[in-house]
Design a protein. Structure first.
Length: 231
């Protein structure tokens, strides 16, 4: 049983500031991920690694191909799905930890982390307790929980981001450089929680530049350079 299957995916960007110039980036992207498996995407900067995650999540639309995501007993093609269906799949199935925290002014770190559970109608008290547990796990000091993360250090923001993205235990998890800006203790925390999620059956696609982290959590490594649309 596959949790995620990608086949024949291509993406071209339109450069509107350059007269609509079209820039092919990816072609014939194809791989699949099973529950309990971690796929690591590698390749140089600009190869299209983050674009692949955004295509899976539905932030970018494909030119062609299929991105099939298992949603319970249903299979959803994220390429053909309506915006409403994409949002429902995100809520139930897809967890996404980006490189950058969406730091909302005047919203506390605790509320940012708890938000995914509140959107699932989890009671506020329960959501806060689980959010606190994740913030503790990622060594975010308690004195920061009530503060907006916009003024946090890069490493602190990334730990809040990880706490938020990994709180809901989605069946499919997308990780975009999850250990960037982290110290050794926090990197070990990421390794441990990803290993736990794999044991629980999560399918994970991760961009990992840290060789030690990649060796610790990845079952398969895919060089995105093979999907380059141009030399």
């Amino acid at each position: 049983m596959l949790a995620l299957e990608i086949s024949g995916v291509a993406k071209t960007f339109a450069m509107h500031l350059q007269g609509g110039l079209r820039l092919p980036v990816l072609r014939d992207v194809a791989f699949c991920v099973r529950p309990g498996q971690c796929i690591a995407l590698t390749g140089p900067s600009g190869a299209g690694k983050s674009s692949i995650l955004k295509l899976i999540y539905g932030n970018y639309r494909c030119d062609s191909g299929r991105i099939l995501v298992r949603d319970g007993d249903n299979i959803v093609d994220m390429v053909a799905a309506s915006p409403r269906r994409i949002l429902s799949v995100r809520q139930r199935v897809l967890g996404y930890v980006t490189q950058f925290l969406r730091a909302v002014p005047r919203v506390s770190a605790l509320d940012i982390v708890a938000e995914p559970l509140l959107m699932k109608s989890v009671p506020r008290e329960t959501a806060n307790v689980r959010a606190m547990t994740m913030l503790q796990y990622f060594n975010v000091p308690e004195r920061l929980w009530g503060l907006p993360p916009a003024t946090f250090s890069g490493g602190e923001q990334q730990r809040v981001n990880l706490a938020r993205g990994l709180l809901s235990q989605h069946p499919v998890v997308l990780l975009d450089e999850p250990t960037a800006s982290l110290d050794a203790i926090s990197r070990e925390a990421v390794i441990n929680i990803v290993a736990e999620r794999k044991r629980q059956g999560a399918a994970i696609v991760a961009i990992l530049h840290d060789d030690d982290v990649r060796a610790a959590i990845a079952d398969t490594v895919i060089d995105v350079g093979q999907f380059a649309a141009s030399p």
